[in-house]
Design a protein around this ligand. Structure first.
Ligand SMILES: Cc1ncc(COP(=O)(O)O)c(C=O)c1O
Length: 376
């Protein structure tokens, strides 16, 4: 028996493959979720949420949550027709690509970029077309992006702050991408799931930048709710109808427990502001520790990431998949080879600093020691 042809050539992600090499002695710097635990108030809100409805909600999510999302996070979007709550950001990505992308279409994806963009495009029958980010600061060059647009281009994917780069796209660039989409009659999806994790100033958003822009966001990273699966999409009414239809056949609705909890989070503005400030403070401390250890043990200086919790670090090896595998098995430290995020990631390792200061220190020290053993 063969699996369906749509999965031909689609492998388990390198992230999962590397994580499968973990032992109890490994230091895990390959992780893609916040090392943050809920505080007392957060757990109390979750307990209250268990006493709410256990039944299906509307496919697009409870109207009361959509109203709060519109009030707090997506001003100017009609809760009835322009917001859809999804079972995580990833399901939102899947639903919107199922709705808008098909055989023969091209989807422009960042290189390096989160690997689900190209994979989901392929599952939908489309061809992912990478657009390279400039390694000098990982800048997004709109003119270079525009040169990749063809008659078949349907969708441009933007991710800010970026996984795996930690870079942020500036407001003017976002505005120019929205303008390009309007001119060429294309769609843009802006994945902003790391939007709340920033260090100097809040990253600009594509929300409201034109009729062809869809914004994807969720509670996984901002509220360390990765296992509760809660995301949302904001898009203008003509784009949203097909997305809700696709989402209905994928998930029916997001978990009503997670939806209820999200409402409570948005209702308690004071707690939420304090929570987000603490999360940012913790990541700032971890980021600074990672920058220090990288400079000390790996002999490179990189620009401090402006958002998310990843450092994309150049290493003097070309086969970084093998290097990351041997780091996992011989040096007991997990990192993700940059090429897992596209060809432009070759020569880099993604080091996640969603880890304790001790783990960041000992993990990066192990990488440095291993590199020295190999004579680099
Ligand atoms: C850029 C990016 N988008 C989306 C996701 C998926 O997030 P969620 O847990 O909300 O599905 C991730 C998770 O790592 C991510 O890094």
């Amino acid at each position: 028996m063969h699996p369906a042809a749509r999965l031909d050539g689609i492998e388990t992600s390198l992230i999962r493959q590397i994580n499968a090499l973990a032992t109890p002695f490994s230091v895990n710097l390959g992780i893609g979720e916040p090392n943050v635990e809920p505080d007392g108030r957060f757990r109390e809100m979750a307990a209250e949420a268990t006493r709410g409805s256990w039944h299906y909600s509307a496919n697009a999510g409870t109207l009361s949550l959509r109203k709060k999302l519109a009030a707090v996070l997506a001003p100017g979007f009609d809760p009835k027709t322009e917001l859809c709550v999804t079972a995580g950001t990833e399901e939102g990505l899947f639903a919107l690509m199922q709705a808008w992308v098909g055989t023969g279409d091209e989807v422009l994806v960042p290189n390096p970029g989160f690997l689900a963009y190209a994979t989901v495009a392929r599952i939908c029958g489309a061809t992912p077309v990478p657009y390279d980010l400039d390694p000098d600061g990982w800048r997004l060059d709109v003119d270079a992006l525009a040169r990749r647009v063809t008659e078949r281009t349907k969708l441009i994917v933007v991710n800010t702050p970026s996984n795996p780069l930690g870079s942020v796209v500036d407001a003017e660039t976002l505005w120019r991408i929205a303008e390009l989409a309007d001119e060429r009659d294309l769609l843009v999806v802006s994945d902003e799931v790391y939007r709340e994790i920033w260090y100097e100033s809040p990253p600009p958003s594509m929300l409201g930048l034109g009729r062809n822009v869809l914004v994807l966001d969720g509670f996984s990273k901002s509220h360390a709710m990765t296992g509760l699966r809660l995301g949302w999409i904001a898009a203008r009414k003509p784009l949203m109808g097909p997305i809700v239809k696709a989402h209905q056949y994928i998930a029916t609705c997001a978990s009503v427990f997670a939806q209820d909890l999200a409402e409570r989070i948005l209702d308690d503005a004071e707690w939420n502001a304090g929570w987000l400030a603490r999360v940012r403070e913790q990541f700032r401390t971890q980021r600074d520790a990672a920058m220090h250890e990288i400079e000390r043990h790996l002999d490179v200086t990189i620009a401090p990431p402006a958002g998310a919790f990843y450092a994309f670090v150049p290493v003097p090896f070309c086969g970084t998949v093998d290097f990351a595998r041997s780091l996992a098995t011989d040096a007991a430290v997990l990192t993700i080879p940059g090429v897992a995020f596209g060809s432009a990631g070759e020569g880099f390792l993604r080091i996640s600093y969603a880890a304790s200061i001790d783990q960041i220190g000992s993990g990066i020290e192990r990488i440095g020691r291993y590199m020295k053993e190999l004579g680099r």
